[in-house]
Design a protein. Structure first.
Lengths: 362, 171
């Protein structure tokens, strides 16, 4: 499979037919950091050592049953647009996309698994699932990891666990995260409070694209901060309960907004619908925020549930890389905004009309 | 009178004082204006707490064996201060005096209790056992203990068979 056909294949996140969608958790991700014993970590290794590790890992990864019919590509063989698209689909990190030669990625066909090679660690194994599926994601990645271990000698210490380039990933090497859509907490100005509480529980809140990214579209990534001292299942369980309580807070915030003044909320959603149907210049942050309001509209039964996959797909397809890919050439930021607007006008011309009922709150 | 607090990263006086609670442990960091900016502490979108704590506690540690180099990869403690990452897996042993005191504040515990790569460890212990048996076989032949030699040879065969990859799910 080539990278171009992969990009044109619906992914776990852009596939409208996907079931198991969840109102608040858009997607779940678990990644494991692994290294080969007796070899320098990628950031310290020389070009030859990096090339060796890449070759060894590529062989092992492509041989795993989970990675049948996958794309296996070196970072330097990807053009800027391809890299950007993979970042927007959360299949590679920004760090990998900017790395020098001797790095690569293997991605399976439905884009649920991706294995980055020579990112910060020799291996960054990742699984992505639409919706709230932490346990399933963990068991899927656990199996892939075990399959890789069949062929690779991991750097492991009985005392410290899996040895990683950065001590903050030591132990399980696991970062489990959920992408959450929290519009009501944002609208009611409670996000800061939530972030603080979540931090105290040993979890981290970030924007849509990880560290340092903004939270446009009211989408936040919540993950475990620590990796050593607890078994993986325990970390997953703790994260699960933190996510559950964030979901409850979000639902409460929605209820309060509706009770306080449902017209205000309906007005926001109705205007977002109008802009998406009629705008001619739309940057990606604004597009994300409008899509977020429509997604909230679906949760409040203003739009039918069948519209949810459309919005979730557009969250990704409204990103700059995907917009340029759709028209098949590079665009200046200004052109991009008008192309984005016209693509969204097309999508929303077919979108059902909102039905606002004051008792339709859930 | 107490002298004004110094920045944890440089020698300037600290004007930013940060207290955070992680896993019910209090962590305090004092920074000057410039370092606070540089470390992203003033960024409302948050900063990497673990990184900061790690580097701060690293600086506060008395210099442990400062001239030490990792035998495997040539990494030094100064490199670790600079990059915040290690050079190779062996570094964890080389710099255990530096890293171990930091782990308590960085993580929930200091001992791994999660997944163990059974297959890889099994392979390693089998290969260690194999080289030990081969040594014993040589010894037995040299000293003409042929009965022992035959026994070692059989054991070596058994270990080699265990090495053969089993069909999937055979663990």
């Amino acid at each position: 499979m080539t990278i171009d056909s992969l990009i044109d294949t619906p992914s776990e996140l852009t596939n409208s037919a996907g079931s198991s969608k969840c109102a608040i958790v858009l997607m779940t991700r678990v990644r494991l950091a692994r290294n080969l014993a007796g070899r320098a970590f990628p950031g310290w290794a020389g070009a030859d050592q990096r090339a060796d590790v890449l070759a060894i890992c590529r062989d092992a990864v492509s041989a795993a049953p989970q990675m049948k019919r996958s794309v296996d590509v070196g970072v330097t063989d990807l053009n800027e647009l391809q890299k950007q698209i993979l970042v927007e689909r959360h299949l590679i990190s920004r760090e990998l996309s900017g790395s020098k030669s001797g790095s690569g990625v293997v991605i399976n066909k439905d884009q649920t698994f991706s294995v980055m090679i020579n990112e910060e660690d020799h291996l960054r194994i990742q699984v992505l699932r639409a919706g709230f599926q932490l346990k399933k994601a963990w068991s899927a990645i656990n199996e892939l990891d075990t399959a890789l271990e069949e062929r690779l000698d991991y750097a492991f210490s009985p005392q410290l666990g899996y040895l990683t380039a950065c001590p903050t990933n030591l132990g399980t090497g696991m970062r489990a995260s959920a992408m959450m859509h929290l519009p009501a907490l944002v609208i009611s100005g409670q996000m800061e409070k939530v972030v603080r509480a979540v931090n105290q529980l040993g979890m981290v809140v970030r924007g849509l694209f990880g560290e340092g990214s903004d939270a446009s579209g009211s989408i936040f990534q919540i993950s475990n901060q620590t990796t050593l001292g607890e078994p993986e299942e325990e970390i997953i369980k703790r994260l699960q309960s933190v996510l559950q309580s964030i979901i409850e807070h979000e639902l409460n915030a929605r209820q309060k907004l509706l009770e306080a003044d449902s017209r205000k909320l309906f007005d926001k959603i109705g205007r977002a619908y109008g802009i998406l149907q009629n705008s001619h210049v739309l940057n990606s942050a604004e597009a994300m925020n409008l899509l977020s309001l429509l997604r909230l509209g679906i949760d409040l039964q203003i739009f039918p549930e069948t519209c949810r996959p459309v919005i979730d797909r557009l969250f990704i397809e409204a990103q700059p890389g995907h917009i340029q890919h759709a028209v098949n050439h590079d665009l200046e930021a200004g052109e991009r905004d008008s192309t984005r607007a016209s693509r969204l006008r097309e999508e929303f011309a077919r979108f059902p009309i909102p039905t606002f009922t004051t008792n339709g709150n859930n | 009178m107490p002298s004004p607090l110094k920045c944890d990263f440089c020698t300037k006086s600290a004007t930013v004082h940060l207290t955070q609670i992680v896993n019910n442990k209090v962590h305090k960091v004092d920074l000057c204006e410039e370092c606070a900016q540089a470390k992203g502490v003033t960024d409302p979108n948050g900063f990497s707490l673990a990184d900061l704590l790690m580097k701060a506690s690293l600086n506060n540690e008395p210099v442990v064996a400062s001239g030490v180099r990792c035998e495997q990869c040539g990494f030094t403690q100064a490199d670790f201060k600079k990059h915040g990452r290690f050079g190779c897996p062996q570094c964890y042993q080389t710099f255990s005096g530096v890293i171990e005191p930091m782990l308590g504040s960085m993580h929930k515990g200091t001992a791994h209790t999660g997944k163990v790569p059974l297959r890889a460890l099994n392979r390693r212990s089998l290969s260690e056992r194999l080289s030990k048996l081969e040594g014993e076989l040589d010894e037995a032949i040299k000293s003409e203990r042929y009965e022992d030699a035959a026994r070692f040879r059989d054991e070596i065969l058994q270990v080699k068979q265990a090495f053969e990859p089993k069909p999937a799910g055979g663990r």
